[in-house]
Design a protein around this ligand. Structure first.
Ligand code: PDD
Length: 281
């Protein structure tokens, strides 16, 4: 495997950054994950738009203009022979002697990109059987709209889910409303057949897959409401599913040990997934 590190393509085992990188010391960095399917990068433009937004919100310099960045991404995929899989791109505020204040102007951001192939077979199994989730109290900061590498709460709840025999965790805010899962957005099909997902204004990351699935739903004339919903409503839903770049419409068949509907993946998630538009750049 080959990784891109600040202008160089290195063997994965040698790819390293300095111990005083601010990503390492402060989680002072942002990232994107994109799916690659049949050699096409899914929703690349939207991911790069969101990367730009994350950088802006944190007043972080952009490491590279968009066109050269796309060339580097494609080169990493090519060198790793990825036709189906993903790439991971991370930008940090760079290397500087540890100090909470931003480093001096002119400090170069750190750009790293890795890519890997994903075996489609186990990935497909998730869609056939669905996954189990637990709910956990929302305990993250107020800026989860920024895709930062500060993912400790997400890591802890995902492990908590695994320890409980589930696969994922769904955060629930103080008002009892679902925010999102540890690394994906949450959707329900309500008892009256309406597709519901939380508005992206507050409390969640505006998932790229979420945006595309909203478009897919419109194209299929599936009724949609962007509104908050409670755990009780989720438990009573016809369907629950998750979306992210690493899984479009992953069905959830149990929440906190309680079966959703008949315990089998639902038809709306399957239809949306089937029609999921491959917007490749
Ligand atoms: N996670 N919410 C959170 C907290 C996420 O981490 C992600 C993505 C999403 C879905 O966003 P998108 O559809 O743009 O992938 C929502 C990535 C896949 C990850 O951390 O691996």
């Amino acid at each position: 495997r080959i990784a891109y590190v600040n202008g160089r393509y290195l063997p994965h085992s040698d790819a390293a950054i300095h111990i005083e990188d601010r990503g390492f010391q402060f989680a002072d960095g942002v990232y994107e994950v994109c799916e690659v399917r049949d050699g096409l990068i899914i929703d690349l433009t939207r991911h790069l738009d969101r990367l730009d937004r994350s950088l802006r919100e944190l007043r972080m310099a952009s490491p590279m203009a968009r066109e050269p960045l796309k060339l580097v991404i494609r080169e990493v995929l090519r060198r790793n022979r990825v036709r189906n899989g993903l790439f991971y791109l991370q930008v940090t505020r760079g290397v500087a002697r540890r100090d909470h204040y931003f480093p001096a102007a002119g400090t170069s951001p750190t750009l790293t990109i890795t890519a890997k192939s994903v075996d489609p077979q186990p990935a497909r199994a998730r869609y056939e059987t669905g996954i189990k989730v637990i709910t956990v109290p929302e305990n993250r900061w107020d800026r989860v709209d920024i895709k930062t590498v500060g993912l400790l709460p997400n890591v802890l709840v995902k492990q908590q889910a695994k320890d409980a025999g589930a696969q994922d965790a769904i955060f629930v805010d103080a008002a009892g409303k679902v925010t999102e899962a540890a690394s994906s957005n949450v959707w329900i099909v309500s008892a009256d057949g309406v597709l519901v997902t939380r508005p992206a204004e507050h409390g969640i990351l505006r998932g790229v897959t979420r945006t595309t699935v909203l478009e897919v739903a419109a194209s299929l004339s599936v009724p949609v409401e962007e509104r908050e919903f409670t755990v009780e409503e989720m438990l009573a839903a016809r369907e629950v599913f998750l979306t992210s770049a690493t899984g479009s419409c992953v069905p959830v068949v149990a929440v906190d040990g309680r079966t959703i509907a008949n315990g089998h993946p639902g038809s709306v998630a399957a239809a949306l997934r089937g029609a999921f538009l491959h917007i490749a750049e």
